[in-house]
Write a protein that binds this ligand. Structure first.
Ligand code: XIL
Length: 380
């Protein structure tokens, strides 16, 4: 359990004692962070416009509902370290200031990833791949400069994102091609040196797939065997309307928790739109053409579909509650439907309904049942 979770659990337990109502369900259910207190943190990804004050109603939701935040884009390499000698701190600093001011748990996302990397990092002046030694040196500088700047302020880092393919094999990213599989352990070591107190996570999508889950299990086990500090695994929750089955994610949670690390369900959103390909992934470079058939709800969502989405969301949260001792945090990827990346990925310009707050910043009908279930959840 991380230090932030311990604090929350203590405050929650004290609250229950003081109110003398340990067994009485709270009738005044209102927010995610209160309803899930004592179980796990609940967070959201926020974007630079929101942090800059351009969407006060979204920020109101964040402050009221959540106790953890992650920056949607501004800490990714292409934004924070776009050229070798250039670090751009303004947006990341504003994000960390905002979170601290509001006493929130802070996640840094993400240090080493094949997507949204800055192209300079892999090549020399003539455009050729740099040597293994040079890339290790550049990666070290990247990680240590960023983690060092926020030392003691960021609670946990997504150190490596998406190193494993759906079939469980290594992703042939530039990191892997140039450095080899050791790039993962080196990244964790560099992060630990820069902030020994910060929690360090491996984060990936599609973890409900058996082969991928096995691949991640072995990756983390291998790190542990080499005494590399890895505190948690983030299971990205980019859900589809029908994939994965709740039981598939549950099996992965059970398997990965046997490694003795914290699990986090990160990046939760649920698209209800048709998926344009045979393979379901969260590869951000996908970009299919917009057509009417793939954008069926631009005029609004039929009640029957809405109900199915809420039922599926409720089922996932019920499973998370069942395993709350293994799960330290659940984080939504965005605040409300209007600003979710799902509207533009993997097809630009669609109307999706993936989150639990609508385009008018209202909590969706039925969410109160999820909160009530959490409030009344008894540890078996
Ligand atoms: C997404 C952002 O939401 C988009 O705004 C951006 O254009 C692409 O990246 N997995 C991750 C996140 O780890 O960083 C990605 O975020 C979604 C998939």
């Amino acid at each position: 359990m991380n230090r932030y979770k311990k604090q929350i659990v203590t405050v929650f337990a004290l609250g229950l004692l003081l109110s003398g109502c340990n067994n009485t369900p709270n009738q005044d259910i209102s927010t995610f962070k209160d309803a899930f207190a004592g179980k796990f943190l609940v967070g959201a990804a926020i974007n630079v416009g929101q942090i800059a004050g351009q969407e006060p109603k979204a920020i109101e939701i964040v402050k009221k509902q959540f106790n953890s935040v992650v920056a949607e884009n501004c800490m990714k390499m292409e934004n924070i370290h776009p050229e070798e000698e250039v670090f751009i701190w303004e947006e990341a600093d504003a994000f960390v200031d905002f979170a601290e001011k509001n006493n929130m748990h802070i996640v840094g996302h993400t240090l080493v990833w094949h997507s949204q990397a800055a192209p300079w990092i892999f090549v020399d002046d003539s455009g050729e791949d740099v040597s293994r030694e040079e890339l290790i040196e550049r990666m070290k500088n990247h990680i240590q400069t960023i983690v060092g700047r926020y030392k003691g302020r960021i609670d946990g880092w997504d150190v490596v994102n998406e190193a494993i393919e759906n079939d469980g094999s290594w992703r042939e990213s530039k990191w892997y091609q140039i450095i080899g599989p050791e790039y993962v352990e080196l990244a964790f070591q560099f992060a630990q040196e820069a902030d020994p107190e910060a929690e360090l996570y491996y984060n990936d999508f599609g973890v409900s797939g058996r082969s991928k889950c096995d691949g991640i299990y072995h990756l983390v086990k291998n790190l542990q065997e080499k005494n590399v500090k890895v505190d948690g695994i983030g299971l990205q929750g980019h859900l589809n309307f029908d994939i994965p089955k709740i039981s598939e994610m549950e099996t992965s949670i059970e398997k990965l928790s046997s490694l003795g690390v914290d699990l986090m369900v990160t990046e939760v959103d649920m698209t209800i739109l048709p998926w344009p390909s045979d393979e379901v992934t969260a590869e951000v470079s996908l970009n299919y053409e917009l057509s009417k058939e793939f954008n069926p709800y631009s005029g609004g969502l039929p009640d029957s579909v809405y109900q199915q989405v809420m039922d599926r969301y409720t089922g996932f949260f019920e499973m998370f509650l069942k395993h709350h001792e293994k799960i330290s945090r659940v984080t939504f990827w965005g605040v409300h439907d209007g600003n979710s990346w799902r509207n533009d990925w993997p097809i630009e310009g669609r109307t999706d309904f993936p989150l639990l707050f609508d385009r008018n910043y209202r909590m969706k009908e039925g969410v109160e049942d999820i909160l009530e279930m959490a409030e009344n959840w008894e540890t078996k």
